[in-house]
Design a protein around this ligand. Structure first.
Ligand code: 3PG
Ligand code: MG
Length: 406
């Protein structure tokens, strides 16, 4: 059993302690504009754990990453805007350290009274955070650990990463799992171990290569896979269709053919698009048209599932008792190609209302539903970690969870 932050709080072990909380505050930022946060879902998702610890009298030291800077400070990846957002949402001051383990961090932490909160600058400004060298990571983890008495792991989006603030620091401090990670793991456990049937999966996203392991696992546990988005063109090509300029992974055609055969043998239904929206290029003002999948023009690329496919996907979702959606089925960022994701989102919302367990597997699919104006409570669960939830579904041992076991 992994100890939880709630256990520590109810045992009265927290008051006056410095608690290092690893959160996932990796929010999408509008870099071209003024550096504002375009979706603060992860900040909101991180609040309950931070709040509960602060209320219990802990001196809360939050640490997190933003983007993928290469081990040195880069202004555009500063967590400063996130500190301000956290402050607004918490309704209390957040003391922001302009470094991770240096002078500023020590003074921010040293200045905390019981119940107060600090946020350290982007962990990935330090090479030690993501280093493959255990000693380099360990040295950074030593410094992080020296800032606290207890560690709480609450960054679900990074539990699959063997990083200093996720893995090594847990070996240096008494540790517990935060409420966010706990909630995510409970849902994924239900999804993979005892899904109510029919269990329908919507898989999308640009690259089939990112989803190979998860397809293999899902072929063993799901009843139906609805495949859309960039990855669907490799499936269509495997069935002999010409896909024009659409994204195609020729190296993985044979593998995909194997999946189609395996699905047939095990009675798992794979539903591919029958029509698609094609465009002359990947842009908002590109000429576009709806065509049947056997009519994709050689000089055009697929951008979205077509209306007939949307109807079929929606009908399958409507009949499900469990739904897992990972990856957009079209380029939802461009209005002309957002219909497919909208149809999927509406169907998922409707089936949630009548009691199905619905899980949105993070990242882009979560951004899509929020962009459409849906609220988180219209879905069963919106994961904060796309990569982490996929690795969990694939049955991989996540290092950040493993290390929390005593
Ligand atoms: C994410 O955005 O998926 C998580 O925050 C993890 O980020 P990473 O993929 O850069 O490790
Ligand atoms: Mg990711």
């Amino acid at each position: 059993m992994i100890k939880t932050a709630a256990d520590l709080i109810s045992a009265g072990e927290i008051c006056g302690k410095r608690v290092l909380v690893r959160s996932d505050l990796n929010v999408p930022m509008d870099f071209d504009g003024d550096g504002t946060i375009s979706d603060d879902g992860r900040v909101r998702a991180s609040l309950p754990t931070i709040q509960a610890l602060a209320e219990a009298g802990a001196r809360v030291v939050v640490c997190a990453h933003l983007g993928r800077p290469k081990g040195a400070p880069e202004a555009r990846y500063s967590l400063a805007p996130v500190a301000r957002r956290l402050e607004e949402l918490l309704g209390q001051p957040v003391s922001f350290a302009t470094d991770t383990v240096g002078e500023s961090a020590r003074s921010a932490v040293g200045g905390l009274a019981d119940g107060q909160v600090a946020l350290l600058e982007n962990l990935r400004f330090n090479v030690g955070e993501t280093s493959k060298d255990d000693a380099v990571r360990g040295a950074f983890a030593d410094q992080l650990a020296s800032l606290a008495d207890v560690f709480v792991s609450d960054g679900f989006g990074v539990v699959h990463r063997k990083h200093a603030s996720v893995y090594d620091v847990a070996q240096r401090l008494p540790h517990a799992m935060g409420g966010r990670v706990q909630a995510e793991v409970e849902v994924l456990k239900a999804l993979t171990e005892s899904p109510e049937r029919p269990f329908v999966v919507v898989l999308g996203g640009a690259k089939v290569a990112d989803k190979l392991g998860v397809i293999e696992s899902l072929l063993k546990i799901a009843d139906t896979l609805l495949i859309g988005g960039g990855m669907s063109y490799t499936f269509l090509a495997a069935q002999g269709y010409e896909v024009g300029k659409s994204i195609l992974d020729t190296d993985r055609l044979d593998m995909v053919k194997g999946y189609l055969r395996a699905a047939e043998e095990s009675g798992v239904e794979i539903v591919l698009p029958t029509d698609v929206v094609v465009a002359t290029d990947f842009s908002a003002d590109a000429e576009h048209a709806v065509v049947a999948v056997d009519q994709i023009p050689p000089d055009m690329e697929g951008m979205d599932i077509g209306p007939e496919t949307s109807k079929v996907f929606a009908a399958r979702i409507a009949g499900a008792r469990t739904v897992f959606w990972n990856g957009p089925v079209g380029v939802f960022e461009i209005a002309a190609f957002a219909e497919g994701n909208m149809a999927v989102a509406k169907a998922v919302v409707a089936v949630t209302k009548i009691g199905a367990l619905t899980v949105i597997g993070g990242g882009d699919s979560a951004a899509a539903v929020r962009q459409f104006g849906f609220t988180d409570d219209q879905f069963g669960h919106i994961s904060t970690g796309g990569g982490a939830s996929l690795e969990y579904v694939e049955g991989k041992a996540l290092p950040g969870l493993k290390v929390l076991e005593d």
